[in-house]
Unconditional design. Structure first.
Length: 259
């Protein structure tokens, strides 16, 4: 799940105030994002990061409506070798002031998320159950580069299309929860498992699949239906779609699945 906040209005945090009996009113800190961390620049010059902001409440506007988000806990992602991905337990409040988890549970049972820079639209909050956060956790940290210097932003977008089974790049998923996906790329961010149960499914770019060998979920669609829906895939489905063909036509992320 992803939600974009078009404006961060205020950060209310006990840790942000000086330890005095009668703290003076302070201007709302400026809140930005670095990697997967909130960064709050205070008026007194201090800079607080997510780990300093546990207990903080963010007053934001989402889709034109006010929303209150609390940072309940922050921990390093145990599956992240880079040490740069931080998992946040985020809570939202309802009309009665009752706090509940902002994120639904993913396949691993986690109900966490993190902020990402959202460009002119503000700050994105992505939950670990969703494709955007999954692809960050897979190593496609879109704000940085692979070991060989390749920018990871396009690979992250291709990964999101792949995880969702968004063959046509139209934000229409053709997968379902719990499907096995063996993904890999040419930059050693992800390497294939090479399970004998899996065969090449598709090659992916930021705009969707460049070719499709077989569909991941047969009850959802067929190769013929994909070609009818997405002109860019016409003549690029079935046996012609090999890893070499996909690479020659611009694929940067690849996956295998059960046929």
């Amino acid at each position: 799940m992803r939600r974009t906040f078009f404006a961060v209005l205020a950060l209310l945090c006990a840790a942000a105030a000086p330890a005095t009996a009668q703290p003076a009113p302070q201007a709302a800190p400026r809140v930005t994002v670095e990697g997967t961390e909130f960064v709050a620049a205070l008026a007194d010059g201090r800079v607080l990061r997510s780990r300093d902001l546990v207990g903080a409440v963010l007053d934001v506007r989402f889709a034109g409506r006010p929303l209150r988000i609390r940072i309940a806990a922050v921990e390093a992602d145990p599956d992240d070798r880079s040490g740069t991905v931080w998992l946040h337990t985020l809570e939202k409040t309802d009309a009665d002031g009752v706090w509940s988890n902002f994120c639904a549970a993913g396949p691993d049972g986690r109900r966490q998320g993190f902020p990402l820079e959202g460009g002119p639209n503000g700050i994105e909050l992505s939950c670990t159950a969703g494709a955007i956060a999954k692809c960050v956790r897979f190593g496609y940290r879109r704000w940085t580069a692979a070991a060989d210097g390749t920018a990871l932003a396009p690979l992250h977008q291709a990964c999101v299309r792949m995880v969702r089974g968004d063959y046509g790049g139209a934000d229409r998923p053709w997968t379902k929860d719990g499907m096995r996906i063996d993904m890999y790329d040419d930059h050693d961010v992800q390497v294939p498992d090479n399970s004998p149960d899996d065969v090449f499914e598709a090659g992916w770019g930021p705009a969707g699949a460049v070719c499709v060998h077989h569909v991941r979920v047969r009850e959802n669609t067929t190769l013929a239906e994909l070609e009818a829906l997405y002109p860019a895939l016409r003549g690029r489905t079935g046996a012609i779609c090999t890893e070499a063909f996909a690479r020659a036509h611009g694929a940067i992320v690849f996956n295998r699945s059960r046929n």
